[in-house]
Design a binder for this molecule. Structure first.
Ligand code: NOJ
Length: 764
């Protein structure tokens, strides 16, 4: 693509015009020389300015500081990017300040937390991961990119691919769950949706993989807490989605708040340079998290000048909000603590991102006042959200096929989340407007029409605890404590339930009960809702629970009481319609859990791919001197990969096309799945592998493949998985990615616990 660089004609600088090849061609010599020419013109202050990311506070300030003097700073060339500014009008204004008001007229990056949709909010990322549907996930990122770019943005702080096995940590809501293989697939799908193959298109945006690294493993599940982990575990279990993102061409990486092996990630050279750049070949830029450079002072790494220099030298390129780079790097340069080369490297990477986005060709590429009305929150984008939400729901229980409900009779729709707009979008929906969401009551009426009599009662507050509610309500009223006495709410609901044929109770967490800085030490339903479920059960009416939450919950009591349970995450803007689609059978649920549900908090961390101990306990019966508990089983409440359907699937035995393979060839495992029930439905066929003997203790099984298939009632399909050396390889003690000859088990089935087995040998 040949384009002309006009801006510098106006600037009257030595660079007058140049034409360049595709801006996605990062190795392009023309990009290099263009940036070299530009950097020749830059003062050291202007270079440091490019490393500065500010926010005037239009989004959600997730730290203590917000930027001030924004206009003057932009004009002085002290800003490389800005976030929290949206709409073409505002972006145009800020970009004009940069390209008309600053000496070198370098355009700004415009970032935002576009996490699960922009204004069309999709299910929370954990919910989307339950779909195991990569085309769908890519589509949601695509819709988000089209909307966000229509609103002037060119950079998203997504995907978040932190592996986490600790549901006390509130940010599991933003993750793809506990598994590195699935997380890697989701990372690739989302990056493709945001960036596509041409970053210069005005509907694509730069993606950011975050938070590098280990943020999902804080001690005690408390946000921002210390992490201590072996390198074996990092490479085998926590790094893979980041590596996959780098190989998928992600444009930027965000460093995490926590420390990694004793050094905060934001100042960790081993992490940001040795692993990320030297080992994996990352060639984009690294941005800090919100004031995470400054926070290294509290970590105990020195004063602002020291931690800023540490971060730069470690390989951090852009400082989010804290202005440590802006205010101290010049001094550190003068004192010889950092070099010109350190600053140049970081500056070059930021300029490259701008180049790749096409901003030097047209700084207003993403600014078109006509687009928001046309592209944002349309009927078509809502339809994608409704479909995504239905596909993300997990049927956990369905006794006597009580679901789907027939479109007749009286339904008691109760619960604090049954007629609620405030909590449908879920956490980190900074651009979404809760008031645009469809509550469950409205959705049920839309879908069931007049043939069903739906009677509503709130039944309980999300929580009766005003102090707790205040902590949750920082971004608006998420827990609204009713003026009525809790006992009155309860008796009204019981009355409504007693007069109905079936009860549908919508219970769970308010959206901000999970997410950033929302760790919980108990992850059950709040007491008010536990009581509601008990009282509803006592009516003797069939009880369907719809559970919304940003994390796995300990729901063993509710599991025993309910006849059916649908786990929905927080479903997004079309919540009510999508839930009704599933409840009334317009969509047959196909979601599968991507995080293990513990029986109680004491089991945490509990995850399917654990390593075997020397004293394993194969069953759930207590055995003295075996690895188990006196007071709870080892098995979880629901395993990874679990999820029912309205139909039934039967699996044949596994067929292997050979009994051994070498590292040069491959082996095919196949299995036939038959829909033996009455409904058409989708099934996620899961492949796990276990290395029987190897030089470091192997996990009992690891996900290595999956396929989502559609089967009509009575239909069979044979699913094939090709196994190559890659699926059998791991990082060994020396952190080399190797396979070791010997026996392997293959498991294929409907979840990580119900599997067919076969075995084969890897031979030299
Ligand atoms: C802090 C969060 O950790 C990060 O995920 C987010 O992108 C930034 N704040 C910016 O809002």
């Amino acid at each position: 693509m040949i384009r002309t660089f006009l801006m510098f004609l106006i600037a009257g600088l030595t660079i007058s015009s140049c034409s360049r090849p595709s801006a996605n061609d990062s190795a392009g010599g023309e990009m290099d020389s263009f940036i070299s020419d530009l950097m020749d013109e830059m003062t050291i202050e202007e270079k440091i300015g490019q490393l500065n990311l500010i926010t005037p506070g239009g989004g959600i300030p997730t730290g203590e500081a917000v930027s001030t003097n924004v206009e003057a700073s932009i004009k002085e060339g002290k800003v490389g990017g800005i976030f929290g500014v949206t709409s073409p009008e505002k972006v145009r204004k800020a970009q004009t300040l940069a390209v008309e008001g600053s000496r070198l007229k370098i355009p700004l990056l415009f970032g935002s937390d576009v996490i699960h949709g922009y204004k069309t909010t999709f299910p929370i990322p954990l919910g989307l991961s339950f779909s195991w549907d990569m085309n769908l996930i890519e589509k949601t990122a695509r819709v988000a990119a089209v909307e966000a770019t229509a609103d002037g943005l060119n950079w998203t702080f997504s995907p978040m691919v932190d592996v986490s096995r600790d549901p006390r940590w509130g940010r599991v809501a933003e993750t793809a769950g506990e598994d590195p293989f699935l997380g890697s697939e989701i990372a690739k799908a989302m990056i493709q949706g945001y960036q596509m193959d041409d970053l210069t298109a005005n509907t694509t945006m730069l993606a950011t993989v975050k938070h590098f690294a280990l943020y999902g493993a804080p001690e005690a599940g408390r946000d921002y807490n210390t992490v201590d982990m072996s390198r074996l575990r990092m490479f085998n279990e926590y790094f893979p989605p980041f590596k996959a993102a780098v190989h998928a061409g992600v444009g930027s990486v965000m460093s995490s708040f926590n420390d990694v092996d004793g050094i905060p990630a934001t100042g960790n050279k081993w992490l940001l340079t040795e692993v990320l750049r030297n080992k994996w070949g990352f060639d984009g830029f690294v941005v800090s998290d919100y004031t995470s450079v400054n926070e290294m002072i509290a970590h105990g790494m020195g004063d602002l000048q020291a931690v800023s220099a540490l971060a730069l030298k470690a390989g951090l390129d852009m400082d989010m909000v804290g202005e440590g780079f802006l205010t101290t790097l010049r001094k550190s340069l003068d004192e010889g603590i950092v070099t010109d080369e350190d600053i140049d490297n970081a500056c070059r990477r930021i300029l490259e991102a701008k180049y790749k986005l096409g901003l030097f060709d047209n700084s207003f590429l993403y600014v078109n006042e006509a687009l928001p009305a046309r592209e944002i929150l349309t009927e078509a984008t809502r339809a994608v959200s409704r479909d995504a939400a239905a596909r993300s729901m997990v049927l956990l229980k369905n006794n006597d096929q009580i679901l789907p409900l027939k479109s007749e009779g009286t339904v008691a729709l109760v619960g604090p989340l049954a007629n609620d707009k405030n909590n449908m979008l879920g956490t980190w929906a900074v651009s979404g407007d809760p008031q645009t969401s469809v509550p469950v009551l409205e959705g049920m009426r839309n879908v069931a029409g007049n043939s069903v009599n739906i009677r509503y009662a709130k039944g309980a507050n999300i929580s009766d605890d005003a102090e707790f509610a205040e902590k949750v309500n920082v971004f608006g009223p998420r827990i609204v404590i009713d003026d009525r006495d809790p006992a009155d709410l309860l008796s009204e609901a019981v009355k409504v339930a007693a007069g109905a044929d079936v009860i549908v109770a919508v219970v769970g967490e308010a959206s901000e009960m999970s997410g950033e800085s929302a760790s919980r030490s108990e992850i059950s339903l709040p007491e008010s809702q536990k009581l509601l479920v008990k009282e509803l059960d006592a009516t003797g009416k069939p009880l369907v629970l719809v559970i919304m939450s940003g994390r796995p919950l300990t729901i063993d009591e509710e599991l025993a009481l309910a006849d059916a349970i649908i786990f929905t995450g927080h479903p997004g803007v079309e919540a009510g319609n999508a839930i009704a689609d599933v409840v009334f059978g317009n969509y047959n649920p196909s979601g599968k859990l991507t995080m293990t549900f513990p029986r109680n908090v004491g089991q945490i961390p509990v995850y399917y791919s654990h390593r075997a101990t020397g004293r394993p306990n194969p069953g759930d019966e207590f055995q003295k001197f075996r690895s188990n508990y006196l007071d709870v089983e080892n098995s979880p409440l629901f395993p990874f990969g679990y999820g029912l359907s309205y139909t039934e699937f039967e699996y044949s035995e596994i067929t292997l096309d050979k009994s051994s393979m070498t590292s040069e060839d491959s082996l095919t495992a196949s299995i036939t799945v038959t829909n033996t029930g009455d409904y058409a439905g989708e099934e996620v066929v899961q492949l796990y592998i276990h290395d029987q003997v190897r030089s470091i203790t192997p996990p009992v099984k690891e996900l290595k493949g999956f396929k989502k298939i559609m089967l009509e009632s009575g239909e069979s399909k044979t699913v094939e998985f090709v196994i190559t050396e890659k699926e059998l390889s791991f990082y060994n003690y020396d952190i080399d990615f190797v396979s070791e000859p010997g026996g392997f088990e293959v498991f294929i089935g409907t979840n990580s616990d119900e599997l067919q087995t076969a075995s084969f040998e890897l031979i030299e």
